[in-house]
Design a protein around this ligand. Structure first.
Ligand SMILES: CC(=O)[C@@H](O)[C@H](O)COP(=O)(O)O
Ligand SMILES: NCC(=O)COP(=O)(O)O
Length: 250
């Protein structure tokens, strides 16, 4: 059992698992063709109990393509979460496909993966504008942020419904045995809860670290997990792995 190190055992809603299927598209794209089938995988993942599907179409479409998003839209019955940098092309894609949630990520075109959260002070006007556009279409808006209290406090001024805490630092420190790495995340979660901002989290979460993270973060509504979950599934299968996450997120 994971230990409650730093926060009080209050306000612990169920945390939804949104499975990021980028890596399924990466595998498919390695050969062209349609194996594995991304749409079938999304349906199966929902069947196995996941409460959401996340995709992060990048400008180079190296994994999830814009067409994948259009194909997934009528199929996903749980929460559909589209992540990405809100360039015009992305904004149009999201609005045309009406997901449950859009997660704004400030990733550079050539980034290997997401590597930083928004500066919610410097980008306040820009974020406010795009978030208002998404919200006017009934799409929940979340913004990807580092565990920095200043960035969380200013996130509320952008109109965001939620923040997604960027968990790479937690994951790499936890692996080294540094459990104190959870502290800034708890502090930020408490600020977000006080401000009424919903809390999501993601990046490098895994079967190794998810229980500790979940147990220590008050009000964690959703985690999006892809890279580790797909790697774990190579050994144990998607269904078993998803069931393991669901149990740890209760
Ligand atoms: C925002 C975030 O942390 C994830 O979307 C992650 O960046 C996955 O993207 P890749 O699959 O391209 O690494
Ligand atoms: N938002 C984070 C996400 O979708 C998955 O990130 P990762 O588990 O692939 O690192």
């Amino acid at each position: 059992m994971a230990t409650l190190y730093f926060c009080k055992a209050k306000d612990k809603p169920m945390t939804k698992l949104s499975v990021n299927i980028n890596k399924i598209a990466t595998l498919r794209n390695a050969r062209g063709g349609n194996i594995p089938n991304v749409v079938k995988a999304a349906k199966d993942i929902e069947e196995f109990g996941a409460q959401g599907i996340t995709v992060h179409p990048r400008p180079d479409e190296r994994h999830i393509t814009y067409q994948d998003v259009r194909d997934l839209q009528p199929v996903v019955k749980t929460e559909f979460n589209i992540e990405g940098n809100p360039v015009t092309k992305f904004i149009d894609l999201v609005i045309q496909n009406q997901p449950t949630q859009v997660t704004l990520v400030p990733d550079a075109v050539d980034a290997i993966t997401s590597n930083a959260g928004w500066d919610t002070v410097k980008n306040k006007e820009f974020l406010t504008e795009v978030i208002s556009e998404f919200k006017s279409k009934g799409i929940r808006a979340s913004i990807f942020v580092d565990p920095n209290p200043e960035m969380i406090k200013n996130a509320i001024h952008t109109g965001a419904d939620r923040i997604e805490l960027y968990t790479e630092d937690f994951a790499s420190e936890y692996e080294k045995g540094n459990h104190d790495a959870i502290k800034p995340y708890i502090a930020c979660a408490e600020i977000a809860n006080d401000l009424g901002l919903g809390i999501n989290a993601g990046h490098d979460l895994s079967l190794q670290n998810i229980e500790f993270f979940k147990k220590n973060i008050p009000g964690l509504l959703e985690v999006s997990i892809g890279h580790a979950l797909m790697a774990e599934s190579l050994y144990e299968g998607l269904e078993t792995v998803i069931h393991k996450y669901l149990k740890l997120l209760q």
